[in-house]
Design a protein. Sequence first.
Length: 396
Amino acid sequence: MSTALTGLILGIESSCDETAAAVVRRGTEVLSNVVASQIATHSPYGGVVPELASREHLRNIVPVVRAALSEANTTLADLDAIAVTNGPGLAGALLVGISYAKTLAYALGKPLIAVNHLEGHIHAVLLEQAQRVVRSEVEPLPLPALALVVSGGHTHLYIVRRQGDTWTYRNVGHTVDDAAGEAFDKVAKLLGLGYPGGPWIDALAPHGNPTAVPFSFSQVKIKAHRKADGVTANPVATLFSFSGIKTAVLRYTQIQEMASSIEARRIDLSANPTVNGALALCDQQTLDLIASFQRAVVDDLRRKTFRAAKALGAASLLVSGGVAANRELRLRFTAEAADCGLSIAFPRPALATDNAAMIAAAAWSKLPAGDIAPLTLSANPSLVLGKGSEQPAKPL
Ligand code: KG4
Ligand code: ZN
């Protein structure tokens, strides 16, 4: 490794349907953040097609990395390290970014740093917070923080701590079935809206009545394993479940006989996919259904997250992942945080969804710690972040 550090890390992210590269200085200053979206490729299928995702990553990886270096006004020689997402995600998609990052690291003789995608999402918030602290706009986020990572693939809660330069994560909650973003995507699809569904529902929900359709979330329970001495060995985590609400929306459309209007909307929107077009194609009953669905999901996330924060003694909250771009979620989480006197932080929307700046930022503290990946690094589609469940003060 070069002794004269420039502080520059190139991040590469290809875990799902965005090919992304970014150059970040000292884990805080984003010099470039380039994302090639594959929405147009996957839209006709209403979801990510893994084989098509890999093919698009192959097509995009070289130009995206070149653009990131050029926008940052830097060269490969200036970099301290190459960071890459090694999981979780789609195996074939991850392998494109990993193979390219390994090749660069080997050819340049630079360290390779492996980053968990979920750790990246958490650092999307930490990186912006660090910038704002430097500008004296905010105090550092008090720790431990409770992080809600809420995206198309995950609805996870972590307790985040810092020991010196090292960040640690403990998983304290997860979904037992669909992720929240997946529910947004599936509900949008079954209502004949575009892909990915979250931004469509976000844009249409303000036009409907969020209390029109009463959705309820049942409590998800897991059996705690009792040891012989009666002590709970498997502590109770916060559990989410979003497959039921998707089925409830489907049932509602069947009972209300909405199939033909949904089909008409699907056909019209595939030719002209705009929010204004969608608004004109939705009757009030559909808008009320959309608003009620969004309110139910946001409220379930909010209730369980704040209950966990209280039970675990979190000093602050951070919310990240694609669904953290949702405007109602931001408003309702911010209001409740103010009520309970908790600091809360979100990334700006461009850093909430998948990007590589968050990967480069998460890698920064791993460099001095010597947390360098071998050139045999491979994809781990089900990589977990941190340790298992932390015992809350009382069952959640
Ligand atoms: O973090 P992300 O880009 O990729 C994953 O790691 O999954 O998240 C994508 C997810 C999709 O399910 C998308 O519908 C959702 O985030 N999403 C939103 C919004 N923007 C993106 N969900 C609700 N409201 C939004 N504004
Ligand atoms: Zn993500």
